[in-house]
Design a protein around this ligand. Structure first.
Ligand code: PGA
Length: 257
């Protein structure tokens, strides 16, 4: 049994201490003592410390939307994983589409970050996804396979199942609607198949694959009703704690069946 996942990234939408702490406090309040779903938030990096203080003792984990590929040293302007660990962070988002398209992050960088995160015992939330809708199944598989294999690189195969793969088709991010459920389901099957073929049946069975890209309370049910979808990664529609509560509730219901 894979533990279901509901994650949120606030990107750089909520950047002041007051607003960010108020928001995560509200999330923690609506979450109460829910334990069956793995929950994490990625606050805007500049407000990580106050957010960490608020989430201490809650059922919601947190981490960074990005880290330096290097543990420490002369890397001006980067955020070290050492600081995230020191604050109690447990999850690291890696390779989001915006980091790749706007900040020119390469798959080699993504690999270094994935490797470092795993070696430090944290959970990488590794983003993958095709830029344009690819109805051709083998074409889609090819693109995702290259992303997965390059990002993992020579990572110890035993650690691969610790990764959460966030399937985020770039064309469905920031839209009014998510990718349609049938397309998402088929892609999650493809991703699990890639992990099975490249690593092992055990790794494919254990790894969590979640969907991100315009997830809302209205589409989460359809998206998660497939065995290969282990949860969701929320963006804008997680800014309202009431929506978050509903999304969490739906994922929990669907995955407990
Ligand atoms: P969105 O963001 O839900 O606002 O589309 C999702 C993401 O980029 O992870």
């Amino acid at each position: 049994m894979r533990k279901p996942v509901v994650g949120i990234s606030y990107k750089t939408y909520v950047n002041t201490i007051d607003k960010a702490t108020e928001l995560v406090k509200a999330l923690a309040d609506v979450t109460e003592d829910e334990k069956e779903v793995e929950k994490f938030v990625f606050p805007s990096l500049g407000v990580m410390y106050p957010v960490a203080q608020v989430l201490k003792g809650s059922e919601i984990a947190f981490g960074a939307q990005n880290i330096s590929p290097y543990e420490n040293g002369a890397y001006t302007g980067e955020v070290s994983i050492e600081s995230i660990i020191d604050m109690g962070g447990t999850h690291i988002e890696i390779g989001h589409a915006e980091r790749q398209s706007i900040f020119h992050e390469t798959l080699d960088m993504i690999h270094l970050k994935t490797k470092l995160t795993l070696e430090k015992g944290l959970t990488p939330v590794l983003c993958i996804g095709e830029r344009e809708r690819l109805d051709n199944k083998s074409g889609r598989k090819q693109v995702l396979k290259e992303q997965i294999l390059t990002s993992f690189g020579e990572v110890d195969a035993a650690l691969i199942e610790k990764v959460i793969l966030a399937y985020e088709p770039v064309w469905a991010i920031g839209q009014a609607e998510a990718a349609d459920a049938a397309y998402v389901h088929q892609t999650h099957e493809i991703i699990r198949e890639i992990v099975k073929e490249a690593y092992s049946a055990e790794a494919a069975e254990a790894i969590r694959i979640i969907y991100g890209g315009s997830v809302s309370k209205d589409n989460v049910y359809e998206i998660t009703t497939h065995n290969d979808v282990d949860g969701v990664f929320i963006g804008r529609f997680g800014h309202d704690p009431a929506n978050y509560k509903q999304i969490l509730h739906i994922v929990k219901q669907v995955k407990s069946k």
